[in-house]
Design a binder for this molecule. Sequence first.
Ligand code: 13P
Length: 250
Amino acid sequence: MRRRLVAGNWKMHGSLAANGALLLDVLDGLPSEAKGECAVCVPFPYLAQARDHLAGTPLAWGAQNLSEHAQGAYTGEVSGAMVAEFGCRYVLVGHSERRALYGETDAVVAAKFMAAQRVGLVPILCIGETLEQRESGVTADVVGGQLDAVLDMAGVEALANAVVAYEPVWAIGTGRTASPEQAQEVHALVRGRVSVRSEAIGAGIRVLYGGSVKPQNAAELFSMPDIDGGLIGGASLAAADFLGIVRAAG
Ligand code: 13P
């Protein structure tokens, strides 16, 4: 049985004061009987704050990016070891905003995935197609290709300690959620693609859905057999909304 995960991705939002309050509100409202797991991925400067507030609590934390390099002359970059020092469990890798706005290729994303695992972080590998790609019928090729880039470089065993997040680009921040059936179709494809290489790892890997998840649509999405939780953007910035989604995950 896969343990559900609901992870918030704050993106580039907040401040020390606002984020501190948000963390405390989320902690305060976390259902004590929850079987699933819950995490927040915060901007780099707030990792220490997340650690200070969350250490020893059931709420895990993570970063939104890392360098593919271990150290060196890479001004402005942050290494996996630096992120790990702040007690992170997770790190997002290959978010569509990173791919689209910062030119992260499949190869760079795969290198980041491996860099995360080298320092003991669990990568949340984000994949997903654009609207244009969906409308031209190449969703399976795009998503499969993004996944294969990591499988080929890191090997299927690496997926045993990773999470995949399917985030259709057209559903991110648009209010236009994939229908549960649309998401399920891609989630099954992702799991199948891993299962071809290792049935056990395919069966065990958690595949999250991301893209305009709200308390109102979360339960329906999470009821699908291959949807193991969510990666939540906008709704993770309001404690009540995020907690509503956490409760929907059970
Ligand atoms: P929204 O939930 O705001 O659509 O963002 C999804 C996302 O990109 C999470 O990584």
